[in-house]
Design a protein around this ligand. Structure first.
Ligand SMILES: C[S@@+](CC[C@H](N)C(=O)[O-])C[C@H]1O[C@@H](n2cnc3c(N)ncnc32)[C@H](O)[C@@H]1O
Length: 310
């Protein structure tokens, strides 16, 4: 089973996983000052702009815009494909909408400003290219988009290697079989034990060679599996079946998100094509440059800026 589209993201924002909270914290700190400056400049020009935060996730950009507003009175429209992401913005003074960034349900010229951080590119390069149509005359846009060969892409790729190792070796399946054998629900205890040990060792080697979030996730999963096996008599096999299915699904969803991030990342020629499309769509002052998160020596994102002509 391969997950695509909205499903892996719904799972991501639904769970109170460390992965989601670390990602949100990271997203909200890495580029906070870029969004504050952008918003402050915007509010100097307009006191009540209508702003779109496209593919907003838990709203790290929306919240920076709110924090910069002070005397201004913006209308912020926060949109994401995953309803569970928008739930995280329940407490925020924003309008929320579930939508695919490939087909945003807004009329042309609806917004005075558009923001997107690691967002619209998930819907494809064409979705990024089409954004200017939603801007009113003099409206401005800033996009921070995934970049190929950058720090984030490298981390995604390491994560994916670890997750593939868990999937291809069917770790959860082996744990489930050993659990059943320990509970006397299948007769082949020795072979299940041997199969589990072999897989656990191979996955363990993969995990130890990579310092990435998926390795931390896998280590915790190993610990949980070890606890389940050691204390097998304490667990109801029906409940455990659901737990195993849930773990396998989480691995699948995590891998799907990492694949989506890698496919969303744009190289220099693709980002130039986006800017050329923006110029064709009436945008001026188009600029693109790589930006760095603190302490990284490879770029973390492309930063694109432009303003719509009158
Ligand atoms: C890496 S997160 C970034 C979230 C947020 N912009 C931030 O910086 O914290 C990517 C977000 O894009 C959303 N997403 C993925 N594909 C999408 C699509 N086709 N349309 C709209 N949102 C999408 C996901 O649900 C997720 O919330």
């Amino acid at each position: 089973m391969t997950m695509t589209g909205e499903q892996p993201w719904s799972e991501f924002w639904q769970g109170e996983t460390d992965e989601a909270s670390v990602a949100s914290r990271r997203a909200s700190t890495a580029f906070a000052s870029l969004w504050r400056e952008w918003s402050t400049e915007l509010f100097e020009q307009q006191s009540a702009p209508v702003i779109l935060d496209a593919a907003c996730g838990a709203g790290s950009v929306s919240r920076e815009v709110i924090a910069a507003a002070q005397q201004a009175d913006p209308v912020i429209v926060s949109v994401d494909i995953a309803y569970s992401a928008l739930k995280k913005l329940e407490d925020a003074p924003v309008l929320r909408a579930t939508a695919d960034a490939a087909a945003l349900p807004f009329a042309e010229g609806s917004f005075d400003a558009i923001a997107s951080q690691y967002g619209v590119e998930y819907a494809g390069q064409e979705a990024l290219e089409a954004l200017p149509a939603l801007l009113a005359p003099h409206g401005r846009i800033r996009v921070l988009a995934h970049i190929t060969d950058g720090a984030v892409a490298q981390e995604c790729s390491d994560n994916l290697t670890v997750l593939h190792s868990l999937r291809e070796r069917e770790l959860i399946q082996r744990v489930s079989e050993l659990f059943q054998a320990l509970r006397g629900l299948r007769p082949d205890l020795e072979s299940c034990d041997a199969a589990f040990r072999q897989v656990a060792q191979a996955c363990g080697r993969e995990v130890q060679t990579r310092a990435c979030p998926a390795s931390t996730y896998a280590q915790r999963l190993f610990q949980d599996c070890a606890t389940v096996l050691q204390r097998n008599q304490a667990y109801d096999p029906k409940d455990m079946q659901l737990w195993f299915e849930g773990q396998a699904q989480s691995i699948e969803a995590y891998a799907a998100r990492m694949s989506a991030m890698l496919s969303a990342a744009l190289d220099r020629s693709q980002i130039e094509m986006v800017l050329q499309a923006w110029e064709r769509h009436g945008m001026a002052d188009c600029t693109v440059k790589p930006v760095y998160a603190a302490a990284d020596d490879s770029p973390a994102a492309w930063r694109l800026d432009a303003v719509r002509r009158s």
